[in-house]
Structures are given as structure tokens and as C-alpha cells.
Design a protein. Structure first.
Length: 305
């Protein structure tokens, strides 16, 4: 319930106690880091609320009136309680800042999070960090259930109950072994790709969901053909594709080294937009705070650079 309208704020009560303790409005103003006119204004505000004078001012200093002495006596309890509240809040913040639980999809966890954490460690060296890597559905579930304070996903949409913001972008690419027929092609038409069995991640993977969304945007009645192979590890998919098992669709971040080394080839696909956004997610109505806020800011900064 709301406080009675004549209850002064804590700053005014705390100043009154300092004036009585120090015997001077000027010395009290200095102790509180404010100007003497500001201190006088604060005391006048208090007296207006109370409806009584609380200080007697003279050339020798200031002392409480009888009413001011009573207000000060009651204020001691209030100010002490406020100080205890402040200590409690600081303790809660220290506990929050001592550990950070992060959940991230595999692409983000393997290829982006490590350099973000270097910057975070420089900002908050005392924070213990735990990172859980999974698919985008696992990440969203962890954040919704409170197992992670912040998550990073690859899927184009996030579940109800989460807020999100784009922190990075990447592109999906088709990759094949150098010996695969597609490796010598100048382009793969969307229509051919759409009917080809692929090596893909498991359901719930952001890469798989993003690919399906991109194809469906161009071919609304598209149904994925039977998968050639379903694997839950990006590394396993790269190994299978490089061994010639079949084509795969992966993040450009995940295959950068293999494409540079020539162990995988990436024929361009015509008629299909495969760029996508990588998002930070957190519970709706709860902005990131403490170390999670710092990590979110670092991720956005890396995107800008």
C-alpha cells in the first residue's frame, strides 16, 4: 500500500540527522556532497511535508526544534533500516554477479562465444562462467526454465515468453566433398537442392529450421525429402560431408577453415536466400543484468565491428 503523503523521502531524513549531528547545515551539505542552497531546499521540503519547523537556525549553527527532535528520533530507525536494505541488495547483486549461466546453439558456442568470453573476462574477472551448448530449441528451453540467464540461438523465431535481439549474422552454405559432382558445378538450382537428400542436424537445430524456412519461403508447399543422414554434431556433419557421404547445409562460420583448406567445397545455390540472424534471448520482461548484460553488450559490439 502507498505511504502516507506526509512521509518525507530518505534523502531529506538523512540530511536532517546529519544537520543535528554536525550542528551546521553547511557542514551537513558538505558531508552529503551537495550545495548549501540544495540542503536548505531539502530541509524546507521536509518542513512543508511535516507542517512544522524542524530546525532552529542561528549564527552559531542549527539545532532541532522539539518537533524536529521527535522526527529525528523516528528517522533513525527508518535510515538504519534503509542502510540494512542497501547492504542486502548489494549482497544479492554480488551473488548474481559471481556466476553466469549461458546457453548457446552449437554454431554460436563454437565460433562466436569464445572471443566474446575473452572480452567478458576482462570486464568481470571474478565471475564464474558456465556454458551449455545445444540446439536452438534446447537453448530456448533452458532460458525459459531459468537454467540459463541468457541464451543465443540460430532459429528464425523464438518461443513465446522470450525476448530477443539480433547480435550477429551469418549465412548457410551447401558443402560437399571435393570429389562430389556438385563440387565442379558453378551453381546448384534451388529446385534441385529442394529434392536432394542431405546430411542435416536433428530437429530443433537452428540450422535445420533456418534452412527449411528459407526453402519454404520460395516453395510454400515444399516437404523435405528423406534425410541421407541425421547427426547432432556440426563436426560429425563436416566429417561425413568431407568423406563424400553427401551434401550438407551448415553455417559459413562452421566451415570457414575447411573451405580455406579445400577439404570441403561450397557450390553456390541460385534462387535461395540463405542469410540469417543470430539472436540473444532472455525471459520476456527481464532485461539482461549484471554479467549477462555485459555479455549481451559485448556480442552487439562485436557485431558492429
Amino acid at each position: 500500500m502507498p505511504l502516507p503523503p506526509r512521509v518525507p523521502d530518505l534523502a531529506a531524513l538523512d540530511l536532517l540527522l546529519s544537520v543535528i549531528e554536525l550542528g551546521s547545515l553547511g557542514r551537513a551539505a558538505e558531508a552529503h556532497g551537495i550545495s548549501q542552497p540544495s540542503a536548505s531546499s531539502r530541509i524546507r521540503y521536509l518542513e512543508k511535508l511535516v507542517g512544522l519547523a524542524v530546525l532552529e537556525r542561528s549564527a552559531l549553527g542549527s539545532k532541532p526544534t522539539p518537533a524536529g527532535a521527535l522526527v529525528a528520533e523516528w528517522a533513525h530507525t527508518v535510515i538504519e533500516a534503509a542502510r540494512q536494505l542497501g547492504v542486502g541488495i548489494d549482497t544479492l547483486r554480488e551473488q548474481r554477479d559471481s556466476r553466469l549461466q549461458i546457453a548457446a546453439s552449437q554454431t554460436v558456442a563454437e565460433y562466436l562465444i569464445p572471443r566474446w568470453l575473452v572480452s567478458l573476462r576482462a570486464r568481470t574477472p571474478e565471475t564464474s562462467i558456465a556454458l551449455h551448448a545445444g540446439n536452438s530449441a534446447d537453448v530456448s528451453r533452458a532460458v525459459l526454465e531459468g537454467a540459463a540467464e541468457i541464451g543465443f540461438v540460430e532459429s528464425p523465431r523464438v518461443p513465446k515468453g522470450l525476448e530477443s535481439h539480433v547480435v550477429a549474422r551469418d549465412e548457410l552454405v551447401v558443402v560437399v566433398a571435393p570429389t562430389h559432382p556438385w563440387a565442379r558445378r558453378t551453381a546448384i538450382p534451388l529446385e534441385e537442392l529442394a529434392v536432394t537428400s542431405l546430411i542435416q542436424r536433428e530437429p530443433g537445430s537452428g540450422t535445420r529450421t533456418s534452412f527449411a524456412a528459407a526453402v519454404t519461403a520460395r516453395i510454400p508447399d515444399w516437404r523435405s525429402p528423406a534425410l541421407m543422414l541425421e547427426l547432432s554434431s556440426t563436426t560429425a556433419i563436416k566429417t561425413a560431408a568431407a568423406a563424400g557421404v553427401g551434401p550438407a547445409v551448415l553455417s559459413s562460420l562452421a566451415v570457414e577453415a575447411e573451405l580455406a583448406a579445400g577439404t570441403l567445397k561450397s557450390p553456390p545455390v541460385t534462387g535461395l536466400e540463405l542469410g540469417r540472424s543470430l539472436r540473444a534471448v532472455w525471459p520476456a520482461g527481464q532485461r539482461p543484468s549484471g554479467p549477462s548484460r555485459d555479455l549481451y553488450a559485448i556480442a552487439r559490439l562485436h557485431r558492429a565491428t
